[in-house]
Design a protein around this ligand. Sequence first.
Ligand code: HEC
Length: 150
Amino acid sequence: MSRISSFFDVTTLFDVTTRLAVTALLAGAAQPALAQPGITASLLDSYRAAAVKEDAGFRDFSAQRGEKFFHAKNGDMSCATCHTDNPKSAGKHAKTGKAIEALAPVANAQRLSDPAKVEKWFKRNCNDVLQRVCTAKEKGDFVTWLAAVK
Ligand code: HEC
């Protein structure tokens, strides 16, 4: 009797484990990939195409310009106001005080892994800091810099 019940326990355990594994796989597929250079590259490709449309004289993105953009103040507000001067540090929302995780992919593998999220926050944050949307050139410069932070 005890043999049979332990047999059932093992089968049940196996069944549960398999289900958990399948669930994890499915959940993994629905989630954005983590810090994949390919995703950042295709994000930059789309900004590049848009930047050429905005300005036919556009040449290429510049990490240096991106870094400057991050620190540049408009009034008393900059990107660093919430994200701190160091993109590898966790920040804090200037108005709500809510914690913000580090922006640089080297410190936070979630960053730049979901183009829709990146766009959503560019929209909000550019409006907060610049009272306008960012240009494709500004976004491309910024992403180029952020992805290269070591
Ligand atoms: C008022 C506070 C605030 C300011 C100022 C701000 N941000 Fe953010 N930013 C946030 C918050 C909040 C999030 C979303 C929370 C999170 O993802 O941790 C975010 C997320 C982002 C993301 C998403 C990155 C990703 O892959 O998850 C990018 C890109 C970004 N900010 C860029 C900028 C840039 C560029 C500026 C300056 C133009 C800027 N932020 C200014 C608060 C701010």
